[in-house]
Design a protein around this ligand. Structure first.
Ligand SMILES: Cc1cc2nc3c(=O)[nH]c(=O)nc-3n(C[C@H](O)[C@H](O)[C@H](O)COP(=O)(O)OP(=O)(O)OC[C@H]3O[C@@H](n4cnc5c(N)ncnc54)[C@H](O)[C@@H]3O)c2cc1C
Length: 320
């Protein structure tokens, strides 16, 4: 029976949040939803996929799949999709997933819609939602044939652990010679304390209103007190005040924390599209007419340099 297959990207012994979010969304749409794990020593991760809506998890477990390289994974997914007749294959955006989805599209001569932020069943038709024109409009996109491949922006969906369990099926790993042509020489991880902005429940984000790069110090203090991460606008990233992985927005990351505290951020559309799905948005800006006050939940008109340190003190005092 045709169904949906979700690529379960994993790092450091865990399925990434983005892939679990896509899996939860696929399960929410209904129908038969499976996941595929490709790696070395990854079988135990199948249980996590079952909790998030997969009824079956295909496991390709092989030492040759240890490095997170796309081409060997094309060799795993292509025959799986063909032999089981999956009509939809979904991915959460990442460097690996984007390369894999493109390789799979080429191998299967399939249509790939990328940069999706949502998907819906309209009657019997599957319709992808994709921001366009500098994210100012959402367009419906479809597929002319199956399998339909879809790649979703980071943070499009929250993972939902509904508590199910998945049947596990091991699949053979037969890699083509050219797929082994690339080898991973080294993997480096950014040194970081606290959660990443993709995973954080709280994000304290800063913009040009901080006045100078050092202003991020007080945001880091507040983020630490709240157990959150620091985000930034493109204006300050371009100015070299804060590193690019923290950029939120159209050309940065899409995030959906429970709480987003925007400090000295005007609220340009290109920033808004990356954080508008946040649970509660608090804005601190000295200009009462700043656009961010049109879509925040709580607006504070004032100077970030005065308000943020006091807020940090209050949070610390409350936490004892
Ligand atoms: C194709 C394209 C893609 C883009 N992608 C992104 C993206 O991914 N992410 C992104 O963020 N932007 C993006 N931008 C840029 C975007 O248009 C804005 O220029 C940017 O978001 C503005 O950043 P900002 O809010 O830090 O700065 P500003 O717009 O300069 O706003 C600074 C704000 O700080 C306030 N302020 C000043 N001093 C204080 C103070 N002491 N206390 C409190 N408030 C103060 C001001 O009133 C002002 O509202 C993109 C633009 C384009 C054209």
């Amino acid at each position: 029976m045709p169904g949906t297959l979700v690529f379960l990207e994993h790092h450091d012994g865990e399925i990434v949040k983005n892939a679990l979010g896509v899996l939860s969304k696929a399960a929410d749409l209904g129908g038969d939803v499976s996941g595929v794990l490709a790696g070395s020593g990854v079988r135990d991760l199948a249980a996590q996929a079952g909790e998030h809506g997969a009824s079956r998890v295909y496991v390709a477990d092989d030492a040759k799949l240890e490095a997170p390289l796309p081409q060997p994974r094309v060799d795993v997914l292509a025959p799986l999709v063909e032999s089981k007749g999956f009509d939809t294959v979904l991915f959460g955006q990442s460097v690996l997933a984007a390369d894999l989805a493109a390789g799979l599209a080429a191998r299967l001569d399939a249509g790939l819609n990328w940069d999706l932020t949502d998907i819906a069943l309209e009657g019997a038709r599957l319709v992808g939602k994709r921001p366009a024109l500098a994210d100012s409009v959402l367009v419906d996109v479809g597929w002319k044939s199956t399998p339909r491949l879809g790649l979703f922006r980071t943070g499009s969906f929250e993972p939902v652990a509904a508590g199910g369990s998945a049947e596990v099926e091991d699949i053979a790993v037969e890699l083509r010679e050219h797929s082994l042509g690339a080898v991973m020489l080294e993997q480096a991880h950014e040194e970081r304390s606290g959660p990443s902005i993709e995973d954080a429940d709280v994000i304290v984000a800063g913009g040009r209103g901080l006045g100078k790069p050092e202003g991020f110090g007080m945001l880091e203090d507040l983020a630490k007190a709240l157990g959150g991460a620091v985000g930034a606008t493109r204006a300050v990233v371009d100015a070299g005040w804060y590193p690019y992985p923290s950029q939120v927005g159209q050309t940065g990351k899409t995030v959906s924390p429970k709480l987003y505290v925007a400090c000295g951020i005007s609220g340009a559309i290109q920033h808004k599209v990356g954080m508008q799905a946040s649970g509660t948005i608090v804005a601190i800006n000295k200009d009462a007419n700043a656009p961010i006050f049109e879509f925040c939940d709580l607006g504070v008109v004032g100077d970030v340099n005065e308000i943020v340190p006091k807020l940090t003190e209050l949070v610390r005092a409350r936490k004892g």
